[in-house]
Every structure is written in structure tokens, then in C-alpha cells.
Design a protein around this ligand. Structure first.
Ligand code: AMP
Ligand code: MN
Length: 330
């Protein structure tokens, strides 16, 4: 059932014990919106916990609450709650969280246009740059104040999903929300400096990956394709796509990494092509300019499949292909 913002706020007001979760492989918005909502709910006197079924990158230690993020463990006791809130994804990418929670109701809050609303209660606003921007809207609706802790987390979601307020999803509302977070005590450089830290080896791996980049579709697309052995020895592939999407003439950038013999993870960014449609056609999802999917195919087959889908989408674009202006949302 689709809810309005006020109905969503009402559900949160009614619940007493709340478990908050977000997608696996969590990034700034998943972690920031989860912890932000946790601080807000705790401020309202509720019991709120964050459970994420993944390891949380150490750069997010800058966020208040990093240390209390829980991870489902084998054979753990189930966590009882009135409400499970799923953030920044449809309910299919939250790992074992449903197995370790015993909840009365499920509320899904998201900004992905591909979220088809399968949860019992869903609030999706795809005009918002980040799920954290929806948390901001909810706090306004609830009429409660932002603590500095909540503001730090919400700001992080806003900043990371909008590429620090550069991508096409950045609106006046995004910037007003961010400005208000600064008024609540957020120090922007503290967050950006913490998040841009990378281990030495990751910078070296990025150089190696960029060196492997291949252009295709007459130079309108570019990709980094990592086989299983290469993926396995690389600590993080996080910055790879950002490093190649800036190449002149490129509309679509793709990073494909083989995680298992028959399992490849794909990330895409674009300036014109709707990559969420390509991702959807492979069972994934995302936004027009940033999307992803997982292909149950061997490396070579997956590479061939994704490249031909991208080529086809580029060919289907109107003749004047956009160039130059870098746009992206995540
Ligand atoms: P990424 O390339 O992992 O940064 O993801 C880009 C965008 O696509 C993010 O907003 C993701 O939440 C979304 N996305 C990535 N993979 C999937 C997937 N398998 N299913 C649905 N959405 C996805
Ligand atoms: Mn997001």
C-alpha cells in the first residue's frame, strides 16, 4: 500500500520499537539515512536500532552511531519490534534481516524510481536526491528538532547521493535541507575529509583499473571489466566508475566485476541513456543516471550481455547525443 508523507510519519509516531535497515553493500545514503532516522526516533523516546547485513566501511566512523549498527548473526535471537523500516532499497536487498526480526509491520521508504512497492507499506519519492532527503521531509512532518547527531547522518546521505551537490538530482530542496543540517551543527569538511580517505592500495588498484578501461559503442561508452581473480585481489572497487565516467564523449560508464564463477555485479552511470531501464531488464534497478544489477552469468557472457544492452540503448537515443555535462545520481 502506497502511503503519503503524513501517513508515513504517523506510522513512525505509532510504533514504539523500531528496527531500521537498508541495502547490502551500504554506502553513504543507506548508512546516513538509517542512523539519521535512528537518532530522530530515539529523540522521540522510542526504541530504535539499525541492523545492516554487511560490514560497514570504516570511513563511516565519522557518523554518530556507527558503533551501534548491528549485523545479523547466525543463530542469533530474533529481535522483536512493532515496525521494520527498510530504507534506500526495495525489500529484496536486505540480506538476513527478515530472518532475525519478528515484526508486526514493514514500512519501505525509498527514492528509487524502480521500487515497485511490494512492501506492506511503501513511501517512494523519486524526486528526492537521497533517502536521507526523505528522512529530512519526515522530520519536518513529525515536527521534531534535528539533533547534531541526526543532522550529521542526514547530511552525509544528502551529500554522497548527490555527488556533494553536483549531480542532476540536486534540487533547491536538497540544498535547503543541507543548509539546515549545517545550521544544526554539521561541519561539512569533517564529513567530506573522512569519506574521501582511501587506503594506499585502493588508490593503486584504481590506477590499475583505469588502465584496463575499454571504450565501446563508438566511444559513447566505456567500461572496466574485472574477472574473478582480479576482483578477488582488489580491496574496493568503489571509486572506479567515477574515474572513467569523465572521459570525453562518453555517455555510459560501466564497471563489471565477477564475484563468483557465475555471478557478476554491474554498476552503470550515464548522461543521457536511462540506465535504470537496462538494469531493470537484468533484474536490477536504480535511477535514470545511476543503476546496477547482478548477472547470473560467467564473466565473458556477462560482459557481452551488458555491453550489447548498452550499445543498443545508445543507438536508440535521439541523434544529438549529450556530451560534456557530467550528470549522475546514486
Ligand atoms: P551502484 O552502482 O552500486 O552505486 O548503484 C547505483 C544505483 O543503482 C543505486 O541507487 C543502487 O541502489 C541501485 N542499484 C544497484 N544495484 C541494484 C540492484 N541489483 N537492484 C536494484 N537497484 C540497484
Ligand atoms: Mn540512495
Amino acid at each position: 500500500m502506497k502511503l503519503t508523507l503524513s501517513e508515513t510519519a504517523e506510522m513512525l509516531t505509532r510504533a514504539r520499537r523500531i528496527v531500521i535497515t537498508a541495502h547490502e553493500n551500504p554506502e553513504g545514503d543507506a548508512i546516513g539515512s538509517s542512523l539519521g532516522l535512528m537518532h530522530v526516533l530515539r529523540g522521540m523516546g522510542k526504541e530504535a536500532v539499525v541492523l545492516l547485513d554487511d560490514d560497514i566501511p570504516a570511513i563511516f566512523k565519522v557518523l554518530p552511531g556507527y558503533d551501534v549498527i548491528g549485523k545479523p548473526a547466525e543463530g542469533q535471537e530474533t529481535v522483536p519490534a512493532d515496525l521494520l523500516v527498510i530504507l534506500d532499497t526495495a525489500p529484496d536487498r536486505i540480506g538476513r534481516v527478515p530472518d532475525v526480526t519478528d515484526v508486526q509491520a514493514v514500512l519501505n521508504i525509498d527514492h528509487h524510481r524502480t521500487n515497485s512497492g511490494v512492501a506492506a507499506y511503501t513511501y517512494v519519492d523519486d524526486t528526492r536526491a537521497a533517502t536521507a532527503e526523505i528522512i529530512f521531509d519526515l522530520v519536518k512532518e513529525l515536527g521534531v528538532p534535528f539533533s547534531r547527531e541526526a543532522a550529521m547522518c542526514i547530511y552525509t546521505g544528502l551529500a554522497t547521493d548527490s555527488g556533494f551537490f553536483r549531480f542532476s538530482n540536486t534540487t533547491p530542496h536538497t540544498m535547503r535541507a543541507a543548509a539546515e543540517m549545517l545550521e544544526c551543527g554539521v561541519t561539512a569538511n569533517e564529513i567530506s575529509e573522512a569519506l574521501e580517505q582511501k587506503p594506499y592500495q585502493v588508490v593503486k588498484d584504481t590506477a590499475e583499473a583505469v588502465n584496463m578501461a575499454e571504450r565501446f559503442a563508438d566511444g559513447h561508452a566505456i567500461g572496466i571489466f574485472l574477472d574473478q581473480a582480479t576482483t578477488a585481489r582488489m580491496e574496493s572497487t568503489e571509486g572506479f566508475i567515477g574515474a572513467i565516467r569523465v572521459v570525453e564523449g562518453v555517455d555510459v560508464a560501466v564497471v563489471l566485476k565477477a564475484k563468483e564463477e557465475r555471478l557478476c555485479r554491474v554498476s552503470m552511470r550515464s548522461k543521457g541513456v536511462d540506465v535504470s531501464e537496462i538494469a531493470l531488464s537484468f533484474g536490477g534497478g536504480g535511477h535514470i543516471r545511476a543503476a546496477g544489477c547482478t548477472l547470473a552469468m560467467p564473466f565473458a557472457e556477462a560482459k557481452q550481455a551488458i555491453c550489447s544492452a548498452i550499445e543498443q540503448a545508445i543507438r536508440a537515443l535521439p541523434v544529438k547525443r549529450p556530451t560534456g555535462k557530467a550528470e549522475e545520481d546514486a
